[in-house]
Structure formats: C-alpha cells, structure tokens
Design a protein around this ligand. Structure first.
Ligand code: ADP
Ligand code: MG
Length: 254
C-alpha cells in the first residue's frame, strides 16, 4: 500500500509522521520504503548518514527514465527502513518537467518498479500543492492529512480537498483519505479542545482516534537520526504513533 502524507501547510508534522509511521511499520517487520519528495529533504537528513555523499536523488529518477530507482534507495539509520532520497535538486523538478505530458505520473511510474518489494510505501511531501505533491497523490492509494492542533489549522484544507478530488476525478479513482491526524496537540489548553471539535466537524470519522501530543522527544529524535521508537522508547510519542499505525493497518483492510 502506498500512503502519501500531505498538507500544503508547513510545520504540521508531515515529516515527523512520515518518519515515525515508517519506523513503526519497519519495526513490526513490514517491508517499508520512505519516499522523500520534499526538496528540503528533511526526512532524508533525519534518517540517512551523510546524505551529501550521494550524487543522485529521486529527482534524477523522476526526470530521466534511464535512471533506476534502486540506485537512489538507501538503507536508513532506522532499523529495517529503506529511503528514496531527496536533495535540493528536487526543486528543479517542476521546470524540468514543464510541458511533459506525463509530468504528474512520474512518481507512480517510478514506484511501479519497486512496489512488489514493499508492503508499505510512505511518501513525505513538500509544503505546497505543486507538481511534487500531485505526483504523490497520483501515485498513492491513500492519504494521511496531518493537521496541527492550532487556531488556523483548517486554513487551506479546502484547497487540499479540492486537489484530492481533482486527482480522483482525472486519474486515481480509488484514492482515499485513510485518516486525518491531529498533531502537536496540547490537551491542557482550552483552544485545543475547540480545535479538535472543529476538525471533527469537517472530517468526521476520518479523524484518527489517536492524537499526537506536542512532545520534546519527538522534536529531538531527528537530530540524532533516530525514530522515536529507539530515541525515547518509553515516551508518549511511541505509544501514540504505535496506536496510529494500528489504526492505519485496520483501516487499510477495509
Ligand atoms: P512538516 O513536515 O509538516 O513541515 P515537521 O514534521 O517537520 O512538519 O514538524 C515541524 C516542526 O515541529 C519540526 O521541528 C518538528 O520536530 C516539530 N514537531 C513535529 N511534531 C511534533 C510533536 N508532536 N511535538 C513536538 N514537536 C513536533
Ligand atoms: Mg516536512
């Protein structure tokens, strides 16, 4: 199953979710590939040793059909997890594919070659609704939308939902939102209760029962190139991301 983590807002926990959901799946013994489509390469930097030693990235594979995706998939520092790496060159993708009629389908085509090898492919996306995110939505079976538990959390979700609908209409009929994940939650504040209510009003049952709390350990772990599961095995983040992954697996079966 291919799952894109998408929300064109930055700082909502996409990368944190991509890393820790992938880590949990890998930990459970499921063959998992994390695909980093963000030119900022935060996922890559957070779980690949010395990523600059690699000359090529997903960019080369998406632009040039002769390049093999296997050459840009590396072992991450997270046990059992492979990563298709991003570099800043990914930012050139949009101009490079300008006028290419299959520009939206490149990631889907590229993943076709490794799909059988992995039980789960998790795609981290950039904070835009540009060509890279569109490629992720076209390639995916399902989407997780992380939403930060904050006052302006729902701003922009209309555009995201519209884009998802368009992709469904034009090419990927079976694409579905597998869940909306409330992140950076702080249950002590009154505003967060109100925010959860508003998110549930829009997304109803799509909202995962588990929320991800604001936690220093979750913020720290990427700096040590670890997932939360090894960095702070007894933390609340472990408990919550484990529960979310159980929800994902349950929903994936339906
Ligand atoms: P995005 O990929 O959507 O831009 P990130 O996952 O990079 O978001 O998160 C933005 C920032 O917030 C990062 O510094 C990250 O470490 C931090 N962060 C994300 N989730 C949490 C959390 N649950 N608790 C504390 N910090 C978090
Ligand atoms: Mg990110």
């Amino acid at each position: 199953m291919i799952i894109a983590i998408a929300n064109q807002k930055g700082g909502v926990g996409k990368t944190t979710t991509a890393l820790n959901v992938s880590a949990a799946l890998a930990f459970m013994g499921k063959n998992t590939l994390l695909v980093d489509t963000d030119p900022q390469g935060h996922s890559t930097v957070s779980c690949v040793n010395d990523p600059h030693r690699y000359g090529k990235s997903l960019y080369n594979v998406m632009v040039n059909r002769q390049e093999k995706i296997e050459n840009i998939i590396v072992k991450s520092t997270i046990p059992g997890l492979d990563v298709a790496i991003s570099k800043i060159s990914m930012a050139k993708l949009e101009p490079s594919l300008l006028g290419e009629i299959d520009g939206h389908f490149r990631l889907k085509d590229v993943l076709e070659n490794v799909k059988k090898k992995y039980k789960f492919i998790i795609i981290d996306t950039p904070p835009t609704l540009g060509l890279l995110t569109l490629n992720a939505l076209v390639a995916a079976d399902a989407i997780i939308i992380p939403i930060q538990s904050s006052y302006l959390c729902l701003e922009g979700t209309d555009d995201l939902l519209e884009t998802i609908d368009k992709v469904k209409r034009v090419t990927n009929t079976n694409l579905r939102i597998i869940g909306v994940l409330i992140t950076l939650h702080d249950k002590r504040t009154n505003i967060s209760k109100d925010v959860v209510k508003r998110i549930k009003k829009v997304f109803g049952k799509k909202v995962f029962n588990t929320y991800i709390s604001r936690s220093v350990k979750l913020e720290e772990s990427p700096a040590y190139k670890e997932s939360i599961f090894t960095y702070a095995p007894y933390s609340v983040g472990v408990l919550q991301y484990k529960k979310v992954v159980e929800e994902i697996i349950r929903r994936a079966k339906n």
